[in-house]
Design a protein around this ligand. Structure first.
Ligand code: PLP
Length: 399
């Protein structure tokens, strides 16, 4: 089939809730993907940071194939031989006490909301049905009704109400706003360490140290959504390490499976996840042996191959390369590790056409919010491959 025929099929039979670049990918390996005509591209999006370990990593693939031969799903009605070791390895790696495994990122967010509400009633002593969670403007935490209900993006919300009550929105990066928003009914502050979908928005230095102090002083749980920033993306295992703080709940997903399978998790101390009792929460596929085996391999690859250090090192090089671009239409270049962005001025005509041109040059990236391009290649990218990318990006973004 020709590329145009694949596009026609998608557009005719599929819901049109995405506006993808018109490239039909059929194969991937490391940082590279190939389209159905055999054209090769460097992937500088990594499925929104879900393929940090690179496409079709051989060790993760091997673990998936071996587990698929043996056992895939038991449900949590029974135990399985992958779940316990997965818990232990994840807790050891992240310094957590307890794990609650789910599938998608949005489910991890929903799970955290349920857990901190229950914690609020049982431990903090908030009167029933009064729990409040504070979130930030321009957040992205997923697509369920509850989550889009506290989004400030009109496209994400419009037409989907009525929404779940119990959320309060404050500006991102403003710790005084957090201090002022907290009431005796506040049970949690849900926030991204760096706002990825909003366009790689990095908060002011020291913000999270202040936030951590305010949450502790007011007995409010700090819930960090590290679904995009976690697992090496920003040059640390978790982005919270840049500020030397620890969240009470940490949400991970995306790269937890290296892109093979939807796996997410809520990580916490015993006090918060300890409030959930049998029957109060669950998921048929959450914690299944195939997911656990894949996630164990994905985590092992991350540490064994030193992908976190690589993210830090080649990320710094990628960022300084982007900063060399001279174009009056560029407003700002920013990033941490391999989560990078170029923001164009609002009158510059948008970022989409740059992404289309880069696609022609064999480099795939995606605009966000119209005028921002995010560059987030797999963490296996080498220094030479960064040069290759910059050789394509620089001339196009200079125009
Ligand atoms: C992608 C993402 C989610 C949602 O994950 P899904 O697997 O798409 O449900 C939540 N939070 C952040 C920060 C994300 O980047």
């Amino acid at each position: 089939m020709r590329q145009s025929e694949y596009i026609e099929l998608e557009d005719k039979f599929g819901a049109n809730n995405y506006k993808p670049l018109d490239v039909i990918i059929e194969k991937g390996e490391g940082v590279w993907v190939w389209d159905v005509d055999g054209k090769k591209y460097m992937d500088c999006l990594s499925a929104y940071s879900a393929v940090n370990q690179g496409h079709c990593h051989p060790k993760i693939k091997q673990a998936m194939l071996e587990q698929a031969e043996k056992l895939t799903l038991t449900s949590r009605a029974f135990r399985n031989d992958q779940l316990g070791p997965f818990y232990e390895e994840l807790c050891t790696l992240t310094g957590s006490h307890k794990v609650l495994p789910m599938n998608s990122g949005a489910e991890a967010v929903e799970t955290a909301i349920k857990a901190v509400r229950k914690w609020g009633y049982l431990v903090k002593g908030v009167p029933e049905d009064r729990a409040e969670i504070i979130v930030c403007a321009d957040n992205f935490h997923g697509r369920t009704i509850t989550i889009v209900g506290f989004s400030t993006d009109p496209t994400a919300r419009k037409g989907f109400g009525p929404f779940t009550p119990g959320f309060k929105v404050i500006p991102f990066g403003d710790y005084k706003a957090l201090e002022n928003a907290i009431t005796p009914d506040t049970v949690g502050f849900l926030v991204e360490p760096i706002q990825g979908e909003a366009g790689v928005i990095i908060p002011p230095e020291g913000y999270f140290k202040k936030v951590r102090g305010i949450c502790t002083a007011n007995n409010v749980t700090l819930i960090l959504d590290e679904i995009q920033t976690g697992l090496g993306r920003t040059g640390k295992l978790l982005a919270e390490e840049h500020e030397g703080i620890e969240a009470d709940l940490t949400l991970i997903g995306k790269a937890l499976s290296g892109g093979f399978y939807p796996v997410s998790a809520v990580l916490s101390n015993s006090e918060v996840l300890g409030v959930l009792k049998p029957g109060e929460h669950g998921s048929t596929f959450g914690g299944n042996p195939l997911a656990c085996a894949v996630a164990r391999a994905a985590l092992k690859v991350l540490t064994e191959e030193k992908l976190i250090d690589n993210s830090m090192n080649v990320g710094a090089k990628f960022l300084s390369g982007l900063k060399e671009i001279k174009n009056a239409k560029i407003k700002e270049v920013r990033g941490r590790g391999l989560l990078l962005a170029v923001e164009f001025k609002s009158n510059a005509g948008g970022a989409r056409s740059y992404c289309e041109k880069l696609k022609e040059q064999g480099l795939l990236c995606k605009e966000t919010h119209g005028n921002i391009i995010r560059f987030a290649p797999p963490l296996v990218i080498t220094s030479e491959q960064v040069d290759w990318a910059l050789d394509r990006i620089k001339p196009i973004l200079s125009r």
